[in-house]
Design a protein around this ligand. Structure first.
Ligand SMILES: [Zn+2]
Length: 416
């Protein structure tokens, strides 16, 4: 049975231990089981400690029953015999069954997790005592830090809870972890996520919380530093809350501040005027975009008008030219394609084909004839130019790469 040194002293960073077992882990790593350890394993939603054993990086720590296994990266090229019988290593790294090794945890990483985890207990204790909701999920890794509750909380309630959590932090309340005797435990009312087999470890934050927990915590709430809500969303009938504490909160604060500074430099306004400025510029941008589309449309209509004026073909009773029309547009917004195709159908009774440049000799095309069949147009574009696209037989669209002159010639042949 492994001795959990992190249980006894969350502030201990180094230890010696005996290697109980080793096993190949693949990818140049080996699983090492030790007699005792300061490495907190992945447990209770918290990612495992990092650090070194005999100077080699520990990249994962897993617990099952009474065994804690450390995934240790072997030196490059130092082939371990761990895969062999009995799993003894031969790489000169000392990871040999029966040998003594020296372990050291990454304290910076651990302490941040301790700040975050004690912060979670403070907040969850407050949620429970104020609203009776339970913490039903906890995820703490470098990427995320979230707490799930089985009841909904409003923004105002969450902000009040944040205030209270910070007040509990500045009061610097004692945090105490211990294994109570069974009869004592039976008389206690404490928060717990699940039924626990074996001894129950309790973590008490004076006046705020009493909760079953296996993880390392800070000694007093003052060390949590601060509690900051980052965001919240409805989740499984309750709420999922993202948060930061202590040094991680400071990092987050720093990142947000530098982002604001960068934005204010980009827009040449004070940070406090950012929101107003961005809203104003966005409105202007939208107005300009509309104006540009209107201009493009007007230009296209002019092109269609001059094309039809020069067309000597007979007109139908409804004024349309009896035949097909092909139009190459100038560079314009892709949304113009649909608009121009509809306008073309008003002046040509046959197939209309509109092409819009989207790159060097790259065109988006739309070919249509209401109640007609334009499949031979698509077939020609595919065969001659390896065009992409498709659609129903009366309306096809896609893209084609070819110089305008070649395309125009090939399309004109279809009219003959
Ligand atoms: Zn906990």
């Amino acid at each position: 049975m492994v001795r959990k040194l992190y249980d006894e002293d969350a502030y201990r960073t180094e230890f010696d231990a005996e290697v109980i077992d080793t096993a190949a882990a693949g990818d140049g790593a080996v699983w090492v089981t030790l007699s005792q350890t300061c490495f907190f394993p992945e447990e209770g939603g918290q990612s495992p400690d990092r650090g070194t054993i005999n100077g080699l990086a520990v990249v994962d720590v897993q617990i099952s029953g009474d065994t804690i296994r450390h995934k240790v990266m072997l030196p490059a090229g130092g082939d371990s015999g761990a895969a062999g019988e009995g799993g003894s290593t031969t790489g000169g790294d000392g990871l040999v069954e029966g040998e003594s090794v020296h372990g050291r945890i990454d304290w910076e990483f651990r302490f941040r997790n301790m700040q975050m985890h004690t912060g979670e207990h403070i907040f969850s204790g407050l949620v429970h005592s104020r609203y009776g909701y339970h913490n039903v999920g906890f995820h703490l890794s470098e990427r995320t830090a979230t707490m799930d509750y089985d009841g909904k909380l409003t923004e105002a309630q969450l902000q009040e809870l944040e205030d209270e959590a910070n007040r509990a932090i500045v009061r610097n309340l004692a945090v105490h972890a211990w294994y109570p005797a069974a009869d004592v435990l039976a008389g206690l009312s404490y928060r717990s996520k699940k039924e626990i087999d074996g001894a129950v470890r309790l973590v008490e934050i004076a006046d705020v919380d009493l909760c079953a927990c296996c993880a390392p915590h800070v000694r007093s709430t003052g060390e949590v530093g601060c509690f900051k809500l980052i965001g919240w969303e409805n989740y499984k009938g309750g709420v999922r809350v993202s948060y930061r504490c202590g040094l991680r909160a400071m990092e987050d604060y720093g990142e947000r501040l530098s982002l604001l500074t960068k934005l204010s430099q980009l827009l040449s306004v004070k940070t406090e005027d950012l929101a107003e400025t961005v809203a104003k510029r966005e409105a202007e941008r939208r107005e300009l975009a509309y104006a540009l589309v209107a201009k493009d449309r007007a230009l296209a209509l002019t092109e269609i008008a001059s094309m039809t004026a020069a067309d000597g073909r007979p007109r139908l009773a409804d004024g349309r030219i009896d035949g097909a029309g092909i139009l190459f547009l100038q560079k314009a917004d892709a949304s113009l394609l649909r608009y121009v195709t509809d306008e073309m159908k008003k002046v040509y009774s046959g197939v209309v084909c509109v092409l819009l440049p989207v790159g060097e000799d790259v065109w988006r095309y739309q070919i249509e004839q209401d109640n007609g069949d334009v499949s031979m147009w698509l077939q020609m574009l595919r065969e001659r130019f390896a065009a992409k696209g498709g659609g129903p037989k009366n309306s096809v669209q896609g893209s084609v790469t070819a110089p305008k002159r070649e395309l125009a010639l090939a399309l004109a042949k279809l009219l003959a």
